[in-house]
Design a protein around this ligand. Structure first.
Ligand code: CA
Length: 420
């Protein structure tokens, strides 16, 4: 995949994280950023960075105009170091992302902006409902685009902390944006992570992909939905969206289903899934398709199941968080008038807090599973280890870490240590 989309995926991943903890990207009003930290070292950093920016083709005039008034932003700094205590359950995330209000606002915009959406569809072959859904998911249709000074946010992230490698090229790209498009520096607002506009682009993606969608000769992703939607369509098309093909749909799994097959990295033909007893949620045979598909279980074996096709993975390339991709696809469906998810979410399951996630990981390590370092973040390796443990115990191997799974794994690790 092109680096540009990966950059976007990276930053949007941050935004999902931020959205999950009640940050400004959800559309919740943002308090005025707290007073800047007085920091001579930050001023010195801006001075050092100036020569890098000038070497990259930024004029002294642009650099000085962009950085003249900025300080190290304490709220950005806090977001940057935030280690979330709780992971928000997927059902809460989907409830918010695909709310009745989101759906009805999306439908109204799909009708109101039908002309421009049709033109974008003709040009990029990405369907209107997916674009409107991305718009809704990224900024609640422009209600929550972020109110930070983009240069202050990116310079704070560039100065120190865990995201300097991401932020420094973005800061250079933001300066190039300003220079190329003649944006006044003080109009360039973003999220704390530097994503901006109606569909929350990052500056590097803007430079490579943004287009003038409304035909006024300028590109403005903040105020022109036409520009933002066309630019998003350009990225989604480049990521490989195939027009006329489904992203996926909800399915029913048979009692005998081998849950280790439910993995976005395992793709089978629809005929193969049929043979394994997978049906539509209505109980009918899966419709024929010429693309392979994967089974995605966002909440493990106890929750809804989806058969997902390559277009779902295109949304994942846009933003590498499966919960985000599902929210985009489900909201798109409902904007188009398709029904909601049928199966119940397992809302009784309590998410693991950070200590519990660490306990799970240290227990898996003690049991000999190679999950790298225990970092409190449940990623692919931890899920694969949970799957392995479940399989060894003849449990549904969905890789989903519930409180029950944690208790059993921790007990086993404890008794193994005691036996030594
Ligand atoms: Ca324009």
């Amino acid at each position: 995949m092109r680096g540009i989309v990966l950059f976007l995926a990276y930053v949007l991943g941050l935004i999902i994280m931020a959205a999950a903890y009640g940050a400004d990207e959800t559309g919740i009003p943002v308090p005025t950023p707290s007073p800047a930290v007085e920091d001579a070292a930050f001023t010195a950093f801006l001075g050092d960075f100036r020569s890098q920016a000038l070497a990259a083709g930024i004029t002294a005039e642009t650099y000085d105009a962009a950085t003249r008034t900025i300080s190290r932003n304490q709220r950005v700094f806090d977001h940057n170091l935030n280690q979330p205590e709780f992971t928000r359950p997927i059902w809460d995330y989907i409830d918010n992302a695909v709310s009745a209000e989101r759906i009805s606002n999306g439908r109204a915009l799909a009708v109101g902006d039908a002309d421009i959406l049709t033109r974008i569809h003709d040009r990029y072959h990405v369907p209107p409902e997916i674009l409107v859904s991305i718009w809704g998911n990224e900024s609640d249709y422009g209600r929550g685009m972020g109110r930070y000074n983009m240069f202050e946010a990116l310079a704070t992230l560039s100065y120190d902390g865990p995201r300097t490698d991401y932020a420094r090229p973005q800061l250079i790209a933001a300066l190039k944006m300003m220079q190329r498009e003649n944006y006044p520096a003080d109009t360039m607002t973003s999220s704390w992570a530097g994503a901006f506009g109606q569909t929350q682009f990052v500056p590097t993606t803007f430079l490579g992909e943004a287009v003038d969608g409304d035909g006024d000769g300028k590109i403005d992703l903040w105020t022109s939905p036409g520009d933002a939607l066309a630019s998003t369509a350009h990225v989604i098309a480049g990521a490989g969206w195939v027009d006329g093909k489904p992203w996926g749909y909800e399915v029913a799994l048979p009692p005998s289903f081998a849950y280790e097959d439910a993995d976005l990295d395992i793709a089978k033909s629809v005929a193969a899934w049929r043979k394994l007893g997978v049906k539509t949620i209505a109980g009918t045979e899966l419709p024929a398709a010429d693309q392979t598909a994967s089974i995605y279980l966002p909440a493990g074996a106890q929750g809804p199941a989806f058969l997902v096709f390559p277009n779902f993975k295109v949304v994942l390339r846009y933003n590498n968080a499966a919960s985000y991709a599902l929210a985009v696809c489900l909201l798109g469906d409902q904007i188009k008038g398709a029904p909601a998810v049928v199966a119940a979410w397992p809302r009784q399951l309590l998410p693991l807090n950070r200590d519990e996630r660490l306990t799970l990981q240290t227990s898996l390590l003690a049991l000999g599973f190679d999950i790298g370092k225990a970092d409190g973040l449940i990623g692919a390796k931890s899920r694969a280890a949970v799957r392995g443990w479940q399989k060894a115990h003849a449990l549904p191997a969905d890789g989903y870490a519930t409180q029950d799974v944690l208790a059993r794994i921790a007990m086993e690790a404890h008794s193994q240590v005691a036996d030594r």
